[in-house]
Design a protein around this ligand. Structure first.
Ligand code: ATP
Length: 513
């Protein structure tokens, strides 16, 4: 655990030191769970968003984009169920006065059982060596099965109690499991209460005529209320999708873990409208397609897993998360939800407007079913950033800190470095920058010894360094150094663009899907 904490602390401090993420309003001691993206962070975030947009919108003839407003008519949230049901169960510890999400306390308890299973696996692996069959071990070892059954039973009971709004049982479960407050170590808990996560605000100048509004807690509703507008003006035929990226706001009870859980964050959502009865197939299809998108970034298949939901949201008939191995363990990165016709039907009811589609293939009119893919951009940022940050032991006994961002996402693609600040080398380096900047974000750096500049670019995540030296004056060649392998090659200046393009081109990465 200490190791995980250390690794996570490194991620947070590295993000600040290299201009990726700052705390919001830092000069006023910050604002809890709100963050700003700095010069490098804003580029990484944009590249992730583009990578998603290209894969979802540009590569699908039947998916189009939308950018709906953050403010929506307040009845939207009545119809969507958010006013009545967008709650988290909270519990306070009377000794530490700390507030927790009751479901998270229980999930963390189950997480510890999972960790015990992993320990058993490691132990057995050592004992059996090459003959070890993990699958078989997991399926037959009595201790593992015991932990697994216990974990499943706990989650099932919690899911049912939350579903039935039986908050007393959620508290009873916490007491039976003897869960203690991580801070005070005490079991002195209050009752569990529901807490609505939406931020309210007002529209209008005078107090008596002002209208109560909410900051949207998800981008999806902007898509639902525009469903028919887009379908008609785009002459879309079912199945088709509408994609949107944008800010969402949630008054999270416990917002820790840096940009993993924020009060203001960005979502990338796609609502896919399908014929009723086909939602199961599309749900499975989108689960696989989205997983492939993640895998295309080469961050290790072992770092992803599906988690099927026990407790379904009020709108869903099936739901799964793609979980990622963050520095603090496997956690939700993206949700894939089969949302039925809940949202569209409900908007029909509340607005009195039909939100139906006439399907010429079967000669029927119906309210479409919806399969949604929903990923947090900030969470994806954290996944990419934390996975990329590595300490490497070098042959000469030193270590280097390197941010091995997938090159397609790196904020700066190349740094151009004149070996010395004289003899015309800076001028050539500047010319290279001027040429490359039409196609890529490039950096110019002439300060310090070249070795230190390499280290600086490694830590900032720049995939290529291009060094201009005295030979460049004679033969128009430069040294290109690869961040991940530290390999160096002599190449012509005229070849640079193609070499970099091959490595950072979205197409080459998405083709791996
Ligand atoms: P969680 O269980 O972690 O609260 P959720 O199941 O409520 O998440 P969804 O409503 O499914 O999340 O939202 C879709 C995606 O939006 C999540 O998979 C996550 O990546 C992202 N997300 C949700 N809440 C936050 C938040 N507070 N900060 C950052 N990202 C978030």
């Amino acid at each position: 655990m200490a190791n995980q904490d250390d690794q996570f602390k490194k991620v947070v401090s590295h993000a600040k030191e290299y201009g990726y993420v700052f705390q919001s309003s830092e000069i006023y001691d910050g604002l809890s769970a709100v963050y700003d993206y700095a010069q490098n962070g804003v580029e990484l975030k944009k590249n992730i968003r583009d990578y998603w947009w290209k894969a979802m919108v540009q590569m699908h003839e039947n998916i189009v984009g939308l950018d709906a407003a953050i403010f929506m008519h307040p009845t939207t949230w009545k119809a969507s169920g958010h006013i009545d049901a967008f709650n988290d169960p909270l519990i306070d510890n009377k000794d530490s006065k700390k507030r927790y999400r009751a479901d998270v306390l229980i999930e963390d308890y189950v997480g510890k059982l999972d960790a015990k299973i992993e320990k058993e696996v490691t132990k057995a692996q050592k004992r059996f060596g090459d003959a070890f069959d993990k699958e078989q071990f997991l399926a037959t070892n009595p201790r593992v099965l015991g932990y697994k059954e216990k974990g499943e039973a706990i989650l099932k009971r919690m899911g049912q109690s939350l579903e039935n709004e039986d908050l007393a049982d959620v508290k009873a479960l916490i007491e039976e499991l003897e869960i203690v407050c991580p801070l005070s170590g005490s079991k002195n808990w209050t009752d569990v209460k529901q807490f609505n996560l939406m931020f309210g605000t007002k529209l209008g100048a005078s107090a008596d005529t002002a209208m109560d509004l909410y900051l949207r807690p998800e981008t999806a509703q902007g898509i639902f209320v525009n469903f028919l507008n887009v379908q008609k003006t785009g002459r879309m035929k079912i199945p088709f999708g509408i994609a949107q990226t944008g800010k969402a706001f949630r008054n999270e009870i416990v917002a820790r873990q840096f940009i993993f859980r924020m009060r203001e964050f960005e979502q990338m959502e796609m609502q896919f409208f399908v014929r009723p009865g086909t939602q199961k197939e599309w749900y499975e299809e989108w689960k696989q397609t989205r997983l492939k998108w993640h895998l295309s970034l080469g961050m290790g298949a072992e770092n992803y897993r599906f988690h099927d939901h026990e407790k379904l949201a009020h709108y869903a008939d099936a739901a799964a998360d793609i979980e990622f191995k963050f520095p603090f363990g496997f956690k939700e990165l993206e949700g894939i939800h089969s949302r039925t016709d809940f949202d569209l039907s409900s908007h029909e009811k509340y607005s009195g407007k039909k939100l139906q589609y006439f399907d010429p293939e079967i000669n029927e009119r119906y309210v479409p079913y919806v399969v949604e893919t929903s990923i947090g951009l900030d969470r994806m940022f954290l996944a990419v950033f934390s996975n990329s940050l590595q300490e490497e032991a070098l042959e000469n006994g030193t270590t280097r800190t390197v941010l091995k961002l997938p090159a397609v996402l790196a904020p700066t693609k190349a740094a151009v470095l004149p070996l010395v600040k004289k003899d015309g080398l800076p001028e050539i380096a500047r010319q290279i920058v001027d040429e490359l900047k039409w196609d890529f974000n490039v950096d110019y750096d002439e300060k310090d010894a070249v070795g230190r500049r390499y280290r600086r670019q490694d830590a900032a995540g720049t995939p290529f360094c291009i060094t201009v030296d005295h030979d460049t004056l004679k033969d128009q060649s430069v040294t290109i150094r690869y961040r991940d392998t530290m390999e160096q090659q002599r190449v012509k200046i005229s070849e640079l663009k193609e070499i970099i393009k091959k490595e950072v081109d979205v197409k080459n990465w998405l083709m791996k899907m």
